[in-house]
Ligand binder design. Sequence first.
Ligand code: HEM
Length: 481
Amino acid sequence: MTKKTLTQANGSPVIDNDNSLTAGARGPILLQDTWLIEKLAHFDRERIPERVVHAKGSAAFGTFTVTHDITQYTKADIFSDIGKQTDVLLRFSTVAGEKGAADAERDVRGFALKFYTDDGNWDLVGNNTPVFFIRDPLKFPDFIHTQKRDPKTNLRSATAAWDFWSRHPESLHQIMILFSDRGIPTDYRHINGYGSHTFSFISKSNERCYVKFHFKTQQGHRYYTDEEAASVVGKSRESSQADLFMSIEDGQFPRWDVKVQVMTEKQASEYTIHPFDLTKVWPHGDFPLIDVGTLELNRNPENYFAEVEQAAFTPANIVPGIGYSSDRMLQGRLFSYGDTQRYRLGVNHGQLPVNKPKPSVNTTHRDGSMRTDDNGGENLNYAPNHHNSYVPSHDAEPALRLEREALHFNFRDYDDDYYSQPGNLFRLMDPAQQQRLIGNIVASMSEVDNKQIKKQQVEHFLKADKALGIALAKGLSIKID
Ligand code: HEM
């Protein structure tokens, strides 16, 4: 690195960076030591709020390459040609731990992608699991409170977690994944990613179909047992960060096969499984995986805070050819991410280099704190106007037909099959995997200090799979009827 003169924020040289300006060798500091004051004041403000969830994370830049033609389903420019490449940022994370938490913890892993497409940023903010614990966003804050710290003890509470889960049998599918081998991946390269929600694809002829996104790791799956993880955490809290960073530094670029499942609108209206239920998967037998492309991570960020901590992903960021769906959870998320980012990073966070889209931004938004671009220059700040400077594309999606009156519809009145898919998942595991799952659940539920919660939860497991329920009842010394 070249030798450079140290400067203050105004660019003027710093005279002395070792000794404050004092009145005499033994005297106090003068208020006119502006460098000292600037240095302390800036340091005092270094921390911004961490993400309310998914605070601990690691990210890398890379490339998405189209390998197969899916233009019959979507007009999205990113998929327009075989061989087309798009820059991406992928941030991995754990969910519950704070920014300094250990990586090798049993938790869901975030898999948040930003595609810098020619039509603007498309963010796919998914996880390493195809399903989630709940299916109504109204429950998200309560759920997260049970994963974070108890208000009195300031400790994580197994009782709170299982109290919530036992009252939400729809969480069983995700619980099965969380306590399986997939619950503690050795690092971020050895996990799959899923968009999880149902999204829409809009074709050139303006037809809608529904789509789920899958990212299959080419590195294979690797996991730690609880014991192995404890010993890893004893040595390093940053095992996944180190693995990702060093692999890329060493030129070992992790890759994922990108695939989709598609469902027509007609199939969605007739299919036995609710197509917008985030606690269910679409069985591959009915909706096979379709090859799309390859995702490769090949560049580490130069600066963690600038490019990872300040990265803002939101499911609301879509581009023409991709649409939302009636998934309640997705709809809640469309609000929550931009909202938290206006608080966490500020109203102009879209101008930060890592969040800046490829095409130029042409809006009537003006001013706001920390505006860093030319603020629209001399352009008019209203629309419509006599220059026609802000013309909407009018490239609307096909109409979404809605049938019902508005009401607080209880999801459970329409789908109370909480058990088939978790039971199938258990029966798909080999005996050793089943034993580890049972051991992991028993270890966690043993910490619950309420018998009724344990009993209620074991009853859910029993309904998913009898052998599983019996084994857990035995492990937890619970009497079942
Ligand atoms: C992060 C809310 C469900 C994946 C976040 C953040 C919020 C949030 C407020 C912090 C964002 C930031 O500070 O930039 C919610 C709400 C949900 C929900 C209200 C349900 C209604 C989900 C689901 C998934 C998911 C279902 C995955 C399928 C993620 C990921 C991040 C995240 C990966 C981290 C993004 C990053 O790396 O910056 N969520 N979330 N969330 N959420 Fe959710």
